[in-house]
Structure formats: C-alpha cells, structure tokens
Design a binder for this molecule. Sequence first.
Ligand code: 4AZ
Length: 287
Amino acid sequence: MNRGKRLLFAAMTAALGLGLLTGTSAASPSGPPPGDPGALVVGGTPVPDGKYPFMATMQDARRGPTAYNRHRCGGSLVGPRVVLTAAHCVEGYTAETIKNVSVIVGRTQLSATQGEERAVAGFEIHDKYAADGSYDVALLFLATPITTIKPIQLVTPGTDALERPGRLVTGIGWGNMEAQPGFPGGGVVNRPDRLQEVDVPIVSNDECAVSYPDTSDRDLCAGRTGKDTCQGDSGGPLFVSLPSRNTFIQVGVVSRGQGCAAIGYPGVYAKLSNVEIGEYISPRARS
Ligand code: 4AZ
C-alpha cells in the first residue's frame, strides 16, 4: 500500500527473478499448486475460474502495462454501474486522475483475458470516512453498465444474523500471500496472479477490542492465526456463501489490520450491516 511496501515489493520481485535465473526455488506468480499445504490472501487456496463472478480488480494504468501490475485494490460489483471498494483505495484520486482507473469484473487470473473491463467515470467516498479507518467504503461508478454479470447481494442493514462469532465467512483477493508480523515493519510480499480465497471465523467486537481498542460497530473483525486478508486485498469483499440458494451475501469490505494473519490480530472489515454504511451503499448501488 505505502511507498515502503512498494519498494520492498520491487526488491522482492528482483530477488525472485534472481532465484529463477540461478535455479533456486521460488514461488511462481500464480502461487503454489492447488493442494500444496504451503498454499498460502494468507492461508488461502486458488479460486477456480468463474466461481466468484462479482469480484473486481481496481486497475490504475499508471502502475504498469499488465493487469497484474495495474491491480491496486479489490472490489465487488454491487449494481450494474457500481463497484464497491474501500475508501482508502481511492483516497487521493481527483476527478482528473480517476481517468487512469478502470475495473475488471469477472476475471480470476489477472494475466488471463476473461471478464468485463470498464472505465471508471467517477467515485464517491463515504462522507464519514475517517483517518482512523472507520467507514472505509467507496463507490466506483462505471462509464457503461455491466449487464452480463450478476452483482453480489448485500447484507440487510440493521441485521446481524450472518455475523454470529465463529461463523466462517470468505475473503477473496489478489493481495499478499505471506503472513506479516503483528507489529509494524518487516515481512515479505508475494502477490498471486490467480485470485485466492480464505475462510475466516468472525470475531466478536468485544474480542476484537482486545487487539484493537478503537473497535466500533462500524467494524467487522474476522480471522485467526495464519488465515487473513492482506495488503492488496483491500476493497474486496468478505461474504457468506449460501450454496443451497446458489448465492453469496457480502458482509464486509477488506479494510485494515495489524500485520496479516498474525496471532492476536484479526483482519478488520467495514461492516455492511451497519445502518450508516449499508444505507449509504444500497440506494447508490441501484443508481
Ligand atoms: C492493507 O494494508 C491491509 N490483515 C489489508 C488487510 C489487512 C491488513 C492490511 C488485514 O491493505
């Protein structure tokens, strides 16, 4: 996310390249093979093509020539013209610089050609988004609608039936697959080409406040040691799968956390069942 991490990533990419040249083992850009217990999102598994069609990558053309390079954040299609992402993913953009941004919805492997790409015509950040990371939601408005992919359903604002602590929910993204220490600094970055998924248990707000004293009812915490979202997953969805109904219900947006997958530090998500967050998104998603 930050400059230091980008530099670190550049250094790691170079190191990986050297590893390949010298014949030492190095993870492939698409991550470890399925079933590899080291398959590391952190602690996740690779997603088969088409499993989560609503998933979006927010792309910034200034970052490089490929979709892999351009990936800035995750997002989810919540209406034909609207992708939900994190406020911190679009912070700093202007009406002019947002012209460099597009979204690709329905792609699983960044280097592949599947999915629908759209220019972003504008964006909006929740008006209560704050420096402490609360209300970390924003909307990207697409230049032309996506009519061939069903948007993900959003949890009903004001309810909590899907958020019983301990319930497993799914996080997906193209973010870092390496666990990061639970203290600032350090850590290795290894982003996948193929979307990863991880099932994480919901942590109650009282328990989450042990790690993050500022935890509020705008936050949904989820994760356990070794299983978490990480840098580059921001903006992407946390959702409940209802296979019997062939549907998914989004409950959170990847927002923040101390390190990734570290003991005692679950991931923190913007909570879509929060009335101020949910009722901000719903009418705009229909627009
Ligand atoms: C980030 O910096 C970030 N472990 C995203 C998710 C988490 C931590 C940091 C959750 O984008």
